[in-house]
Design a protein around this ligand. Structure first.
Ligand code: PEP
Length: 254
């Protein structure tokens, strides 16, 4: 059965000490709360990863992730960080395809397919983000957009790879805007994503893949979103920077 996952995306926030201190608070608070079928992931800036991995080791079900990797294995790529370097810090996850990387750094589905391969080859689990813009939602083309993102970046894989992939539906118009998809709107798209996975990889793979919702999720709306049948948790931006809010979201599953 698929896991419930609550993943925090710290984005480019928190200096080194601030990150350690927030993570310690999170670990202390979730230690006794996280149940067996659930996983908590904290995706921090690169600078925090080795220290967080050490702190996280003692806490059950709290994993660490990065927010990007290079598509290359090693070499003359100044400023880049490879999947194996991230893995060597103790991290287990990496966010790929976030709309901010697509919009500000020109990441295409073709590039993302290579990053997914690099992650999987190094035993890092991609949290792969897909989602439509406001214009695409309003024009009604969003199902097509989402199917294209999935097929271009992930359809070259075999079903087995999905044991190591988490999907996140993040409507771009809801990220950091305070606008949230209604539980019904989100459920409709999550069901479509699962159906698309079933058509391509079989029902078992579709049923076992966790699909998270992301976009202005907070303690006030997490319960109604996560209670939808095809929503298996959340990718949380702003609210993951406040330990109490993050814990309240995690506790929806308890
Ligand atoms: C995100 O960055 O993935 C995100 C969902 O952000 P927020 O929760 O702040 O909308």
């Amino acid at each position: 059965m698929r896991k419930n996952i609550v993943a925090g995306n710290w984005k480019m926030n928190l200096d080194y000490e601030q990150g350690l201190s927030l993570f310690s608070e999170i670990v202390n608070m979730v230690k006794d709360e996280v149940r067996g079928g659930q996983e908590v992931v904290v995706c921090s800036p690169f600078i925090h990863l080795p220290s967080l991995a050490k702190l996280g080791n003692s806490a059950v079900n709290v994993s660490i992730g990065a927010q990007n990797i290079s598509e290359h294995a090693s070499g003359a790529y100044t400023g880049e960080i490879s999947a194996s370097q991230v893995k060597s810090t103790g991290a287990n996850y990496v966010i790929l395809g976030h709309s901010e990387r697509r919009a500000y750094y020109g990441e295409t589905d073709e590039l993302l397919a290579k990053k997914v391969d690099a992650a999987l080859a190094n035993d890092l689990k991609p949290i792969f983000c897909i989602g439509e813009t406001k214009e695409e939602r309003e024009s009604g083309s969003f199902y097509e957009v989402i199917k294209t993102q999935l097929s271009k970046a992930l359809f070259h894989l075999d079903a087995n790879a999905f044991k190591h992939i988490v999907l996140a539906y993040e409507p771009v118009w809801a990220i950091g805007t305070g606008l949230t998809a209604t539980p019904e709107q989100a459920q409709e798209v999550h069901a479509f994503i699962r159906k698309t996975l079933a058509e391509q990889f079989g029902q078992e793979t579709a049923d076992n893949t966790s699909i998270l919702y992301g976009g202005s999720a907070n303690p006030g709306n997490a319960q109604s979103l996560f209670s939808q049948p095809d929503i298996d948790g959340g990718l949380i931006g702003g609210a993951s920077l406040k330990s109490r809010d993050f814990l309240q979201i995690i506790n929806v599953f308890n």
